[in-house]
Design a protein around this ligand. Structure first.
Ligand SMILES: NC(=O)c1ccc[n+]([C@@H]2O[C@H](COP(=O)([O-])OP(=O)(O)OC[C@H]3O[C@@H](n4cnc5c(N)ncnc54)[C@H](OP(=O)(O)O)[C@@H]3O)[C@@H](O)[C@H]2O)c1
Length: 238
C-alpha cells in the first residue's frame, strides 16, 4: 500500500513503523505543522504523493478537514482519532455526498471489538434484573486529550441499548503510561459483576488500523470498524 499519515505521534509513529516493516510505503505525512491548511490543499498534496489510502491518528478538531481532503482526493481514509463523535453526521454527509470511503473506530483492537460483543450479551442478561445498575470505568495515559475515551462512549452506548438503561455513569482516570483499560460493571445488592479489557500495548490498535487500510481499498461508504471486523471474522451482524 501507498500510505499517507495524518498525525505522527504515539499511534501515527507506530502505524508508520509497522507499515514499513510489512513492506508498505509511506508517501506523505501531515502533522500539526499542516493544521489550518484548507482541505483542497491537503487533497492536492495527497494526489501529488500518489497516496492509495490514508490513516489518521491526530486530534479530533482536525478530523472533518482530513475527511474532506481525502474525499476530494478520492483516497479512502482509516480514521482512528477520537474526540469528534458530535460531528459524525456532518462527516458522514461529506463522505456520502462525495462518494468517498471511510472506516472509523474509537478502538482498532480486535480484542476490544470482541469485548463489545461480550458486553452486549452481559447487558442483555443483566438488564432484565432491575436490581443491577451498570457503570463504566476507563483509565489511560496522562497525555490522552479526550475523556471519557471514545471506547468508553461506545461501551456506554452498547450497555444502554442492550440493557435498556437510561443512564450509564462513566468515570475516567488519566495517569502515567496506561495503554488503555476499560471496566464494565453491574452492581447489585448482593454482588458486583465486572468485565475488564486491558490493553497491554498499543500494538493491537496499529495492527487493526492496517487491517482496515487493506480492507477499505476499492470501497465507498462509511463503515464502523466493528462492522468491518464482523465481515473479516465472518461472524455477520445480528
Ligand atoms: N482508534 C484507536 O484504536 C486508537 C488508539 C489509540 C489512540 N487513538 C486516538 O488517536 C489519536 C492520537 O493518539 P496518539 O496517542 O497518537 O496522540 P499523540 O501522540 O498526541 O499524537 C497526535 C499527533 O497528531 C498531531 N497533530 C495535531 N494536530 C494535527 C493536525 N491538524 N494535522 C495532523 N496532525 C496533527 C500531533 O502533533 P503535535 O504533537 O506536534 O501536536 C501529534 O503528533 C487520539 O485521538 C487518540 O484518542 C485511537
Amino acid at each position: 500500500m501507498k500510505l499517507a499519515l495524518f498525525g505522527q505521534g504515539g499511534m501515527g509513529g507506530l502505524v508508520e513503523a509497522r507499515a514499513r516493516e510489512a513492506g508498505h510505503e509511506i508517501v506523505a505525512v501531515f502533522t500539526d505543522r499542516d493544521a489550518g491548511r484548507p482541505p483542497s490543499e491537503l487533497a492536492r498534496a495527497l494526489r501529488d504523493a500518489g497516496a492509495g489510502v490514508a490513516v489518521d491518528f491526530s486530534i479530533g478538531a482536525a478530523v472533518p478537514d482530513h475527511v474532506a481532503a481525502c474525499v476530494e482526493a478520492r483516497v479512502p481514509l482509516v480514521e482512528g482519532t477520537t474526540g469528534w463523535a458530535p460531528r459524525l453526521a456532518e462527516v458522514r454527509r461529506t463522505v456520502e455526498s462525495g462518494k468517498g470511503a471511510l472506516v472509523y473506530g474509537a478502538n482498532f483492537s480486535v480484542g476490544v471489538n470482541l469485548f463489545y460483543r461480550i458486553v452486549k450479551v452481559a447487558a442483555q442478561e443483566l438488564g432484565r434484573d432491575p436490581g443491577y445498575g451498570p457503570f463504566l470505568e476507563e483509565a489511560h495515559h496522562a497525555r490522552k486529550k479526550d475523556a471519557p475515551s471514545g471506547t468508553a462512549l461506545k461501551l456506554r452506548d452498547v450497555v444502554a441499548a442492550a440493557g435498556g438503561y437510561r443512564e450509564v455513569p462513566v468515570s475516567s482516570t488519566r495517569a502515567g503510561y496506561i495503554p488503555g483499560t476499560h471496566r464494565v460493571g453491574f452492581d447489585g445488592p448482593a454482588d458486583t459483576i465486572t468485565l475488564t479489557h486491558t490493553a497491554r500495548s498499543r500494538e493491537g490498535f496499529a495492527a487493526g488500523a492496517l487491517l482496515a487500510a487493506r480492507w477499505i481499498g476499492g470501497k465507498t461508504g462509511v463503515f464502523e470498524f466493528a462492522e468491518v471486523l464482523d465481515q473479516i471474522l465472518g461472524a455477520g451482524k445480528e
